[in-house]
Design a protein around this ligand. Sequence first.
Ligand SMILES: [Zn+2]
Length: 293
Amino acid sequence: MFKKKCLSACLLVILFVMMIFVPVQSVQAAGLDSIVSTLAQSTVSSEASTGGGGLVNELLDLLFNKILGPVLNIFNGKAASSSNTSSAKITPLPSGNAGSVVDSGVLRGKVIVVDPGHGGSNPGAVANNDREADNNLAVGLKLKDKLSAAGAKVILTRSTDRTVAPEGSSLGQELESRVSLAETNHADMFISIHSNENPDSSIAGAMTFYHSAKSPQLALSVQSELIKATGAVDKGTSPATYYVLRNTSMPGILVEMGFVSNAAEAGRLQNDSYQNNIAQGIYAGVVKYFNNR
Ligand SMILES: [Zn+2]
């Protein structure tokens, strides 16, 4: 009787050890790059994936966070999602650092409109000594440099602190001026850059909006690369009906880089190297999007 019990216990231990180590070894054999790629394509923000759950999700959480996470030390405690099966090849960016992007040649000849939101008499959101229009312009200029260096033809809707339509125009005319720059130049892509605000100053994070069924993949690519490059709170992607997205015919996104109403994030949004990380993240997302088409 004792022997039988001992044997069963041993078998259980062996089974448990195999459950833990066999998947780890096979995943490691597949290479760190592919693991990072798979997880980097997570389409669900960390907030969303901590919600409902279910046994499979709990098992995945256990596998990725409790077992693979500590082993590979790359997940920062975030839940992984396997919902996106796209087979993108991504060169992972070190968190908080600008990195290189593979196959940026896809940008050659692409016409991309970069639209730093607000400007001139319209500073956008203002809090914590941070003006949205200034953040938007600084990142827009850096993004233009990166896209241009890869061969894209970049059109900035504004390159100084000014309105796009003549000063004193209506908001409708101002937004229409931005849209018409994209339309008359037959742009391949429209990227509007903004900073967010909220009465709750504890809210921070980056999110990417798109219009209807036109650009969800672009939004997902940019959002995931943006989070990788900045380490910002991932507030996910969302459809929206903003004028500049609704009225442009090419794939377009509106990136809310962070909240000026959050003191810490307002500080980062004004920091030159953080602005560079944002631009690098958006750039990497755009490259990934064109590579996957
Ligand atoms: Zn704005």
